[in-house]
Write a protein that binds this ligand. Structure first.
Ligand SMILES: [Zn+2]
Length: 53
Protein backbone atom coordinates (compact mmCIF):
# COMPACT_ATOMS: atom_id res chain seq x y z
CA UNK A 1 0.00 0.00 0.00
CA UNK A 2 0.98 3.63 -0.35
CA UNK A 3 2.50 5.56 2.50
CA UNK A 4 0.07 6.95 4.98
CA UNK A 5 -0.17 10.69 4.93
CA UNK A 6 -2.70 12.74 6.77
CA UNK A 7 -3.74 16.04 5.25
CA UNK A 8 -3.41 18.95 7.61
CA UNK A 9 -5.40 22.14 7.30
CA UNK A 10 -3.54 25.41 7.68
CA UNK A 11 -5.54 28.26 9.11
CA UNK A 12 -4.99 32.00 9.25
CA UNK A 13 -4.64 33.03 12.90
CA UNK A 14 -6.14 36.46 12.24
CA UNK A 15 -9.42 35.54 10.55
CA UNK A 16 -9.56 31.78 11.09
CA UNK A 17 -9.99 31.04 7.39
CA UNK A 18 -8.52 27.77 6.20
CA UNK A 19 -6.39 28.75 3.23
CA UNK A 20 -3.98 25.87 2.74
CA UNK A 21 -3.62 22.17 3.10
CA UNK A 22 -0.41 20.32 3.59
CA UNK A 23 0.84 16.85 4.32
CA UNK A 24 2.96 16.12 7.31
CA UNK A 25 5.34 13.24 7.53
CA UNK A 26 5.12 11.03 10.57
CA UNK A 27 8.39 12.41 11.85
CA UNK A 28 6.89 15.86 12.10
CA UNK A 29 3.65 14.96 13.76
CA UNK A 30 4.64 16.24 17.19
CA UNK A 31 5.46 19.66 15.84
CA UNK A 32 2.99 22.45 15.35
CA UNK A 33 3.26 23.95 11.95
CA UNK A 34 3.52 27.70 11.69
CA UNK A 35 4.14 29.60 8.51
CA UNK A 36 3.74 32.99 6.94
CA UNK A 37 1.28 32.76 4.06
CA UNK A 38 -0.85 35.07 2.05
CA UNK A 39 -4.43 35.16 3.30
CA UNK A 40 -6.98 36.05 0.67
CA UNK A 41 -9.46 37.14 3.34
CA UNK A 42 -7.05 39.47 5.16
CA UNK A 43 -5.40 40.39 1.83
CA UNK A 44 -1.96 40.27 3.38
CA UNK A 45 0.59 37.83 4.69
CA UNK A 46 -0.36 36.50 8.08
CA UNK A 47 0.75 33.73 10.37
CA UNK A 48 -0.91 30.43 9.58
CA UNK A 49 -1.09 27.47 11.91
CA UNK A 50 -2.33 23.96 11.56
CA UNK A 51 -5.78 23.23 12.89
CA UNK A 52 -6.54 20.60 15.46
CA UNK A 53 -9.29 18.18 14.67
ZN1 LIG B 1 -6.80 35.86 7.34
Amino acid sequence: MAKKKKPTKIKCVECGNINYHTYKSNKMKEEKLEMKKFCKVCKKHTLHKETKK
